[in-house]
Design a protein around this ligand. Structure first.
Ligand SMILES: Cc1cc2nc3c(=O)[nH]c(=O)nc-3n(C[C@H](O)[C@H](O)[C@H](O)COP(=O)(O)OP(=O)(O)OC[C@H]3O[C@@H](n4cnc5c(N)ncnc54)[C@H](O)[C@@H]3O)c2cc1C
Length: 373
């Protein structure tokens, strides 16, 4: 890895680490001894500049190279920057690494006002963390409500309300026109002319798959690579995680998902296949988010949906939303139903989820279904 530290929990960066609830010592996934005992050689602080798929060689930026029989590329994403005047000012941040988080925390100590651009998970989690640190936080987003595309307006509206109750302000349906400041950012100017004072700006508008160094492999327009059901690109080369567009075994659509646990599941399948097995990827995507004291778990993947079936009430922040497309439940998101979400994951894996008609009629004890499955 180009990063110098032991592999760590990236998902904590926008949550406990940024809010100050988690110490840096709790970020590593394993101790150095674990890797030694498992006979895994970590090559840290080493950036790969080029991969030659024909000669099966990776070349580092300092000139050395390694050959391989099988290679997994799991290089994740590079956060997108704002493309407006002033985007290069100091105290304008993206968040992907602990170093980014440390710089944001240092700026937060010197600032009383923060603007977060982007109403996706990183933007919203960062807004919550900065608010917990006592900053006045304004979130700017293009959509009508946060998470509208991922979860629909009802769940997005719930998270907006949770943030507003804690004092976060929103400017929705808006874009950033420019950032002003003298060396350091001072204000964010919106497309309607409004000026938001800002000691720091966090940009959470998405990532671009980090694949620039992959020569000889066709890249998709979004810079991802398309793998087969075995997560292979051919000739001993495999891809996983945020960079991989893969066939969804449930819908046969090619999808790309930026989820921690999915990247991990990809890793298991790719590893098996790199060791000579022939295993199709059949994982169920799973995602969680934590904002203030509310946790949401999401299972499956629905790009679009025809209907949402509700169990419980989103107003009570205690619900499961089932996202139905073409007569099938493709995804579910829930608050306060932690066991239920685990059952749904297993039922989805076994293709034994209750039908939309049964879910609509409320005739469903998910645990009973699971026992039968
Ligand atoms: C702040 C934050 C919070 C998140 N929270 C959640 C969450 O709550 N739930 C969830 O499901 N997902 C969450 N995610 C998404 C999740 O972290 C990613 O989907 C996951 O980390 C993807 O794993 P990956 O292995 O594909 O890439 P990464 O975890 O990004 O790992 C890629 C590694 O490759 C290295 N690398 C890149 N290019 C090179 C190169 N040329 N040479 C050498 N090394 C290179 C990178 O530096 C990095 O260490 C979050 C992401 C962020 C940034």
């Amino acid at each position: 890895s180009q990063e110098s530290r032991l592999p760590y929990d990236r998902t904590a960066l926008s949550k406990g680490y940024l809010s100050g609830d988690l110490e840096a010592e709790s970020l590593p996934l394993r101790t150095a001894a674990f890797y030694q005992e498992a006979d895994i050689e970590l090559m840290l602080g080493k950036k790969v500049n080029q991969i030659n798929t024909a000669s099966k060689t990776i070349i580092f930026d300092y000139g050395e190279s390694l050959t391989y029989d099988a290679l997994l590329v799991a290089t994740g994403g590079k956060p997108l920057d704002l493309d407006v005047p002033g985007a290069g000012l100091a105290n304008v941040f993206t968040l992907r690494t602990p170093e980014n988080a440390d710089r944001i925390m240092a700026a937060a100590k010197q600032s009383s006002e923060a603007v977060v651009v982007g109403t996706g998970f990183i933007g919203m989690e960062t807004a919550a963390a900065l608010r917990k640190r006592g900053l006045a936080v304004t979130v700017v987003g293009q959509g009508r409500v946060p998470f509208e595309k991922a979860l629909g307006p009802e769940v997005g509206g719930m998270f907006q309300q949770i943030h507003e109750e804690k004092g976060v302000s929103f400017r929705l349906g808006r874009q950033v026109s420019r950032l002003n400041g003298e060396g350091k950012v001072r204000e964010v100017v919106l497309d309607n002319g409004e000026r938001l004072p800002a000691g720091l700006v966090l940009v959470g508008i998405g990532v671009r798959p980090a694949t620039d160094f992959l020569q000889g492999v066709p890249l998709n327009p979004d810079h991802s690579v398309t793998v087969d059901p075995y997560l292979s690109l051919g000739n001993g080369l495999y891809a996983a995680g945020d960079i991989a567009r893969f066939p969804d075994w449930r819908t046969h659509e090619l999808i790309r998902i930026e989820h921690w646990q999915l990247a991990e599941l990809h890793g298991f399948t790719a590893a098996a296949n790199m060791c000579g097995q022939r295993e199709e990827f059949r994982g169920v995507p799973f995602f969680w988010t934590e904002q203030f004291d509310t946790y949401l778990y999401s299972v499956g993947h629905a790009h679009t949906w025809d209907e949402i079936i509700w169990h419980g009430r989103v107003q009570d922040r205690n619900f499961v939303a089932f996202y139905v497309k073409n007569g099938r439940v493709l995804a579910a998101a829930g608050c306060g139903y932690d066991h239920g979400m685990a059952y749904i994951t297993e039922l989805m894996r076994a293709e034994q989820l209750p039908s939309p008609a049964d879910l609509r009629a409320g005739k469903t004890d998910l645990f009973d279904h699971l026992k039968v499955a």
